[in-house]
Design a protein around this ligand. Structure first.
Ligand SMILES: Nc1nc2c(ncn2[C@@H]2O[C@H](COP(=O)(O)OP(=O)(O)O)[C@@H](O)[C@H]2O)c(=O)[nH]1
Ligand SMILES: [Mg+2]
Length: 204
């Protein structure tokens, strides 16, 4: 779970945006970076480690400082992974120490196989890190809803959210910032609730 620094009263939380290549992960971080309103100086730089303009080869990284929770200053670190199948080692590295996951799916019908493959790859990579998907707060984002060939939400839920207890899912059009903050707010809420319930248990 998150890095908790009792001395400085800081809570550091790592959120990874995962999903197939070109689904809109980087766009989410760019939108958050553009719109986030924080106290002066606390908005971090968006760092993109990529070797070409629109394909993430390593990751994007965006630190955000948020409000205090129970006297702890919370810092969210947002990461993306490269979606292309061949970069699995990088994905495993980025997933290390993950606290919460946003799975960004591409709503286009022809991308469904890639979505399903990427979700299976996520589960597999978490296993190699001895992590269980059921224990990690995660949310789904069905992106590119503006496109004519977007599949119905029910179909995407059937393919990607087919579990006993469904996780929250959001529709989005990331480049117009629709659904971006709804998604981020939900994953941060899930993470903070987990932190609060754990700290209550520790204190008891
Ligand atoms: N039509 C449409 N295009 C989008 C949307 N979100 C992102 N894109 C575009 O899809 C492409 C890939 O997005 P990017 O964020 O780089 O995907 P990543 O590989 O998952 O990081 C870019 O050209 C984006 O501008 C969306 O909701 N609708
Ligand atoms: Mg990217």
């Amino acid at each position: 779970m998150a890095i908790i620094n009792q001395a400085t009263k800081e809570l550091q939380v790592k959120i990874v945006y995962y999903g197939p290549a070109m689904g809109g992960k980087t766009t989410n971080l760019v939108q958050v970076h553009d719109q986030v309103q924080t106290a002066q100086g606390s908005k971090g730089k968006l760092v993109s480690l990529a070797t070409s303009s629109d394909r993430t080869l390593f990751f994007d990284f965006l630190p955000i400082e948020a409000m205090s929770i129970k006297g702890f200053k919370t810092k969210f670190q947002l990461y993306t992974v490269p979606g292309q199948v061949i970069y699995n080692t990088t994905r495993q590295l980025v997933l290390r120490g993950v606290d919460g996951i946003v799975f960004v799916a591409d709503s286009q019908y022809e991308k469904m196989a890639e979505n399903v493959e990427s979700l299976a790859n996520l589960e597999e990579n978490l296993k190699t890190l001895k992590l269980n998907m059921a224990d990690i707060p995660y949310v789904l984002q069905y992106n590119k809803r503006d496109l004519a060939n977007a599949a119905p939400v029910e179909y995407m839920d059937f393919l990607l959210n087919n579990r006993e207890v469904q996780v929250p899912s959001f529709t989005s059009t990331a480049h117009k910032c629709e659904g971006v903050f709804e998604t981020l707010n939900m994953i941060t809420r899930l993470l903070l609730n987990k932190f609060i319930s754990q700290s209550v248990r520790t204190a008891a």
